[in-house]
Design a protein around this ligand. Structure first.
Ligand SMILES: Nc1ncnc2c1ncn2[C@@H]1O[C@H](COP(=O)(O)OP(=O)(O)O)[C@@H](O)[C@H]1O
Ligand SMILES: [Mg+2]
Length: 259
């Protein structure tokens, strides 16, 4: 079983969108898939089909209030097993963050309890990096996908934090999300990012902007079902295919597309 953390240095970068879409696309390729929500926004469940926000989940487990956390998991229509964050108060989050700081491998140990075959994969949606939640996810991960829109604030924070991220993570791949090649500003932002992270950008994957992404979410569907021939659907399938091959361990770095 391998673990993939979805992180970002700004909010709204697409962590939850990518976690849920990739979980479903990998499940449809026949993989056992689990998804864990470590973001107090508690949105992963909504993306994966819950009608209302789960009250109890990993947030309460991290605070030491429920045990075992596996009793608070769900399975979506595509067979993805998922653990919502749950609704937490500020006091509960303060409590669990200090517990996490004292137990840097809490999540690694918790995920080891999932009885998954070697082909299985766990995707982790996190709070923004840096945070206790992101640190736990990175510590547990074999691969870190760092989502970023090509906007100045997002690229500047990623550029500033990339070195630290790179030191702490097994392997980092940048996913540029909401790409709109018609906007000059995005080309400038990519140049800024490239100057800051250098060769690591050879690990970039791109997902184009498409208004159908939030529209499909609002209808409880997926862009790759609603608009299967769109560029964004093609990009998501491309990333899922890359991950599928990476999970089988047969993809060399040199085979990755340049940005
Ligand atoms: N490729 C995309 N094209 C258009 N909208 C997108 C795309 N990816 C994400 N979004 C939208 O951007 C918003 C933020 O995405 P979300 O996944 O919630 O970010 P995060 O979890 O990083 O905060 C959501 O409304 C989502 O539907
Ligand atoms: Mg989110």
């Amino acid at each position: 079983m391998k673990t993939i953390a979805l992180i970002s240095t700004t909010g709204g970068a697409g962590r939850t969108t990518l976690t849920s879409a990739l979980a479903v696309l990998l499940a449809r390729r026949g993989r056992p898939v689990a998804a864990a929500d470590l973001d107090p926004q508690n949105m992963l469940g909504a993306h994966l089909g819950l009608d209302s926000f789960a009250q109890v989940g990993l947030g309460q487990a991290m605070a030491g209030r429920v045990e075992p956390w596996r009793d608070h998991t769900w399975r979506n229509a595509d067979g993805v097993l998922f653990a919502p964050h749950g609704e937490t108060t500020l006091a509960e989050r303060t409590e669990y963050e200090s517990r996490l700081a004292a137990k840097p491998r809490w999540l690694t140990d918790a995920l080891a309890q999932i009885d998954f075959p070697p082909r299985g994969v766990v995707l982790i949606d996190t709070a923004r990096f840096p945070s206790q939640q992101a640190a736990q996810a990175i510590a547990a991960a074999d691969l870190v996908l760092c989502a970023t829109p090509l906007e100045p604030a997002a690229c500047a924070t990623l550029a500033r934090r990339f070195a630290r991220l790179h030191q702490s993570a097994a392997r980092v791949k940048v996913v540029v999300n909401r790409l709109n090649p018609a906007r000059d500003m995005q080309r400038d932002a990519l140049a800024l990012l490239r100057a800051a992270v250098g060769n690591a950008l050879e690990l970039v994957h791109r997902v184009h902007f498409d208004a159908a992404v939030p529209e499909s979410l609002a209808r409880g569907g997926w862009i790759f079902d609603d608009v299967p021939h769109s560029q964004a659907s093609h990009d998501l399938h491309g990333l899922a295919n890359w991950l599928d091959a990476w999970l089988d361990g047969d993809l060399a770095d040199s085979a990755e597309p340049a940005p």
